[in-house]
Design a protein around this ligand. Sequence first.
Ligand code: AMP
Ligand code: MG
Length: 486
Amino acid sequence: MKRLTDLEFDNRFARLGDSFSTSVLPEPIAEPRLVIASESAMALLDLDPAQALGEDFLQIFSGHRLWAAAEPRAMVYSGHQFGSYNPRLGDGRGLLLGEVKNDAGQYWDLHLKGAGQTPWSRMGDGRAVLRSSIREFLASEHLHALGIPTSRALCVTTSSTPVWREKREQAAMLLRLAPSHLRFGHFEYFYYTGRHDELRQLLDHALACHFSDLLDQPQPVAALFRQVLERTAALIGYWQAYGFCHGVMNTDNMSLLGITFDYGPYAFLDDYDPNHICNHSDDSGRYSFRNQVPIAQWNLAALAQALTPLVEVDLLRDTLALFEPLQQAHYLDLMRRRLGFCAAEEGDAALIERLLQLLQQSAQDYNLFFRRLGDQAAEQALQTLREEFVDLAGFDAWSVDYLHRCARDSGDPSQRSVRMHAVNPLYILRNYLAQQAIEGAEQGDFEPVRELHAVLSRPFEAQDGREKYAKRPPEWGKHLEISCSS
Ligand code: AMP
Ligand code: MG
């Protein structure tokens, strides 16, 4: 276990030079306070919370102090936002502080979000507000606990520095961890500016640092694209199976590693609604829950376009065609487990689809349904759930088919409940829960955020005294309006 000052830096991305990022120092926020830190994220850096959490920690993660070996850089990238190409995005309010190598030899990017203006800030103030920093922290650590690939969050600090959005708010900083901050948009930037040497250099960097098992492939860049596609397909499988809406699937928010990245107006579905749009600014519903599947493929096509100087178009096109079947296979696999099945059957997709229609029609809470289905033996659970459905005949017909399907399955029926509870969370990060915790934090009470984080870090385990977190949301809590960058 290490102290904060003992971290070992090896800043591979910074060494690529000024074509890829610019050196910028963080602008500190005033009178910093620690809102929350994640012990499990600290463990990724071998940090001992007992030693690491202290004045140094607060000073570093509010931009006042830096390690001598850190080399803060703002990365340049571009990307497609809501379908239109934006030639210049880049880190407008976040800095890559450096890359830390842990005792196991794994690398972690330390990225400080809300660190002040950079050459890519455009009209922005370079700041992040407390509420969006808390939302990113809670979601990162919760998705990780659910088993969904994601960037991680080490801590959030807040301050007396004012930030103006619709009203005066508090400037905050979030320390994000990820093995890499490379986005699809990084590659688009060098493609659209015609800088193919740098494009090649960035791909060589990505291969060497993050996809080294592909270096001996006959066509490493083509293999990299295929792996990015496979990981993205798996990720979208998770999102769709667990009802996670990202909200801003612009190509600059898509990680090359296929992890959930750049949290904004995200939401978990409350009532099942495939047309749900969680981003209040997304008028056309481009990023609705249902559209996440075709949009991920669209984004992969945008990445493929950027790789055309290096890989044959036909090969990229053939790889792209694999997305849908791969995504669907991952999704079905997860849904089968959510329903308590161990083996796969031909008719599973249709059985799942019929269930989703029933859930939608009766406005059933998506994640609680699966949890409750596992609370009792199948027959009893269906009896309990039945009274909440409007189409009773439809539900009864589905129940009969589900019971038959359970009977045919290879899984041990006596373990069904255990199996299901291990994949169906009792606690889910609902927008209204985040909202209540944020309101406390904005008044200087960080206990609600810390408690919510503690609950959501063990989402599959019933926790005594924390029943209120497992409830269906109140009506007001289903209609919170959350928009893009804040
Ligand atoms: P996001 O919506 O957070 O993914 O950000 C999209 C782009 O806008 C990125 O280039 C960000 O760096 C930039 N950006 C977002 N908020 C700010 C801000 N307050 N100041 C400067 N740049 C920002
Ligand atoms: Mg972004």
